[in-house]
Ligand binder design. Structure first.
Ligand code: AHR
Ligand code: AHR
Ligand code: AHR
Length: 481
């Protein structure tokens, strides 16, 4: 059985079922998600390898070979047609064209399920999915349940990495107009024990860890790589539950009455569905989503415990974030441009600006050092890499406003994430491309000989599709110094 078969048996059927990794019904063999590639704008759908099975990641890899791919639609498996697509502007604009949020890279969150490769949905700040015309989801004070499997190590404190029920207008229409799972370490409204991140409920104008705003010491900081998170609500009753998605059972972090502040009892749920954003399209948050559902009716703890067992049996594990020629931690490297006409240029820096400069064996020692980089274990993710300046130890290549800068490591989580890049086979077939871990739609790209993290066809000048594959492909060799 799949999670939604279990919810059905419990009398609380799924009315929305989203996953890019696997079928959530034992009989489901339809499309899980749609992807669009950068080379020609073509789309294709990815389905399970067999009914009830894991997504056909190999089909994605073939379709996206030597180009970039975005996740354009996350299909609803429940039959209600509650598909998730690029979120529109609302109370806040997104960064993409016409105020839409960005779409997620198709390769930002590789995993395996029982050894079979699949991809989750890696939400960078600015990314979001939504359905403002959902059918069958809870409205008003009606009962519903939700679970999501998330990456418990990918989060931030901005508003709001959510999955669940929200406003149909993409605007804040008042207390009680949302009921969604939140995950992160935002401390503006509620908190749990420790320093977070926490599973909370986004009920609009508040992330609730318990009965009222403020601290609930029974809501624990999460450190599971794979997290099962639950929020459910019915008339004057709601709960937060969670657990390790790869072993053991769920714990109840809160179960009880609605907040006593005006607006939350009764609730005024509107029934739209959001992923990765807040109700008003706040889009500063980050997180990773693998699968999740919304139900009709308030699921019993016993039903959810069976769903947790099903998730555990799926056996999630982290997949490989790198491909292509291997890098050796501790070695000094040079990165040579492959764009025709620019192949005498290497990644170097001037002041805090990372750029390309013409370097040769007859260059000065200073320039050779400025064009040499020590490979370090990724500061923000040990499966990827960071690049420390050979002539300015302690300073690393990091992105800032999507430009690449050479900055001293300030020890913050933000710096670590901004300075972490994952290698993959060069998009033009030469060497490596270097993908931002935190913004996996974005790659080291030279443009007018200055380095950016660029997305193929994005809104900035340096995102131009012309010459993209060449500009993001680098031959990595021994350092000049
Ligand atoms: O409730 C927290 C957030 O507040 C909601 O997600 C958003 O709509 C509002 O800004
Ligand atoms: O480069 C994008 C973002 O810009 C970085 O993550 C952040 O440090 C800066 O605001
Ligand atoms: O960085 C040099 C060139 O500048 C790039 O190849 C091109 O995309 C841009 O015009």
């Amino acid at each position: 059985a799949g999670p939604c078969d279990i919810y059905s048996s419990g009398g609380t059927p799924c009315v929305a079922a989203h996953s890019t990794t696997r079928a959530l019904y034992s009989s489901f063999s339809g499309a899980l998600y749609q992807i669009k590639r950068g080379s020609d704008g073509a789309t294709t759908t990815i389905s399970p390898l067999s009914a009830g099975g894991v997504a056909n990641a190999a089909a994605q890899d073939t379709f996206c070979a030597n180009t970039t791919c975005l996740i354009t639609i996350i299909y609803d498996q429940s039959g209600h047609g509650n598909h998730l697509t690029q979120a529109p502007p609302g109370g806040f604009n997104g960064p993409d064209t016409n105020g839409y949020d960005n779409l997620a890279s198709a390769i930002g969150a590789p995993v395996t399920l029982n050894g079979q490769k699949a991809y989750g949905v890696f939400i960078s700040p600015g990314t979001g999915y939504r359905n403002n015309a959902a059918s069958g989801t809870a409205t008003g004070d009606a009962a519903e349940g939700m679970y999501a499997v998330l990456d418990g190590t990918h989060y931030n404190g901005d508003c709001c990495f959510d999955y669940g029920n929200a406003e149909t207008s993409s605007r804040d229409t008042g207390n009680g107009h949302m009921e969604a799972i939140y995950f992160g370490d935002n401390t503006v409204w509620g908190t749990g024990s420790g320093s977070g991140p926490w599973v909370m409920a986004d009920l609009e104008n508040g992330l609730f860890s318990g009965s009222s705003s403020g601290n609930n010491a029974a809501d624990p900081s999460i450190s599971y790589r794979f997290l099962s998170a639950i929020v459910k609500g019915e008339s004057n009753q709601w709960a937060i539950r969670g657990g390790n998605a790869v072993s053991g059972s769920l714990s109840t972090y809160y179960s009880g009455a609605r907040p006593s502040v005006s607006g939350y009892n009764p609730m005024s749920k509107e029934g739209a569905i959001i992923l990765g954003i807040g109700g008003d399209n706040s889009n500063g948050a980050q997180g990773t989503f693998y699968e999740g559902v919304m139900t009709s009716g308030y699921p019993s703890d016993a039903t959810e415990n069976s769903v947790q067992a099903n998730i555990v049996a799926a056996n999630y594990a982290a997949g490989s974030l790198t491909s292509g020629p291997a890098l050796t931690v501790g070695s000094s490297i040079s990165l040579q441009a492959t764009t025709p006409g620019y192949t005498t240029r290497y990644i170097a820096y001037n002041g805090t600006t990372v750029n390309t400069q013409v370097v040769s064996s007859s260059s000065s020692t200073t320039l050779k050092q400025q064009a040499s980089w020590t490979v370090r274990t990724g500061l923000g993710n040990s499966a990827c890499f960071s690049f420390e300046s050979v002539d300015t130890p302690g300073s690393y290549i990091r992105h800032y406003d999507f430009g690449l800068l050479l900055n001293a490591n300030d020890g913050t989580k933000q710096f670590y994430e901004d300075a972490t890049f994952c290698t993959q086979s060069g998009l033009n077939g030469q060497g490596n491309s270097l993908r931002s871990w935190s913004y996996p739609t974005r790659y080291f790209r030279h443009y007018n000989n200055v380095l950016y993290v660029a997305s193929n066809g994005g809104v900035d000048t340096f995102d131009a599709t012309a010459s993209f594959n060449d500009d993001v492909s680098w031959v990595i060799s021994a350092g000049w110094a």
